[in-house]
Design a protein around this ligand. Structure first.
Ligand code: PLP
Length: 237
């Protein structure tokens, strides 16, 4: 088992490099976020042994307990934790206190709470605004037409640092269609970047569509299944 996650990580890194090189980008422009939701601490340890330091979690309590566990371990301080799930207001404090990034900002109120709750001794929380680019069945994310207004408000918040945009497109098998949706995100990203030049992160691409996302300009892919295997939701709430 030990080598499986390591081999998977190596394979994912090669896929990222190949996709980047195919479109003339440098592989270093694409951060690999290892999505460890539902997976045990031992799986994260295996990924760490293979050099992975950036992890994503979807569920607040599960993520916080992993963060607290690794804080006590030798390489814990090197880890960077991204919250990538939907966030309810009543759990915002835990995210503000423990995570380094959140990808799912979709309303002013949650951003305000996170900024107020971010501990003074912590660096600003890095935030991405989530865009509902193609998934009409999902309530997560804002419409592109709402982006300018939300970005302007988030950019003013003292304990947040607006870093870019995130999207979870509706599942799509056809790479050309995947790419068309990602291209829309890229255009939106470039448009906000003209107003906030420090913005540097376009979070898009998962196991089934990472190549199309990278071709379209993703700077961070969120990969779970290809690294850790299929998830079993049987015992998680
Ligand atoms: C679970 C999840 C992922 C990882 O998806 P895989 O298909 O397993 O790579 C990426 N992003 C978000 C927001 C997720 O919830």
């Amino acid at each position: 088992m030990n080598s499986t996650i390591q081999q998977n990580l190596e394979a994912v890194r090669s896929r990222i490099s190949a996709a980047a090189q195919d479109c003339g980008r440098s592989p270093e422009e694409v951060t690999l976020l290892a999505v460890s939701k539902t997976k045990p601490v031992s799986a994260i340890e295996e990924a760490m042994a293979a050099g992975q330091r950036v992890f994503g979690e979807n569920y607040v309590q599960e993520g916080v307990s992993k963060i607290q566990h690794f804080a006590q371990t030798p390489h814990g301080a090197e880890l960077e934790w991204h919250f990538i799930g939907p966030l309810q207001s009543n759990k915002s404090r835990l995210v503000a206190e423990h995570f380094d990034w959140i990808h799912t900002i979709d309303r002013v109120k949650i951003a305000q709470r996170l900024s107020e709750q971010r501990p003074a001794e912590c660096a600003p929380l890095n935030v991405l605004i989530q865009i509902n680019i193609s998934d009409e069945s999902s309530k997560s994310g804002i419409e592109l037409s709402e982006l300018d207004a939300l970005a302007a408000q988030v950019a003013e918040m003292p304990n947040l640092r607006l870093r870019g945009l995130m999207a979870i497109p509706a599942p799509e098998e056809d790479p050309a269609k995947q790419k068309a949706v990602f291209e829309q995100m890229k255009q939106a990203f470039l448009a906000v970047k003209t107003q906030y030049p420090h913005i540097d992160t376009l979070s898009m691409g998962m196991t089934h569509d990472m190549a199309a996302a990278i071709t379209a300009g993703s700077t961070l892919v969120r990969i779970g299944t290809a690294i850790f295997g299929a998830r079993d939701y049987g015992t998680t709430s």
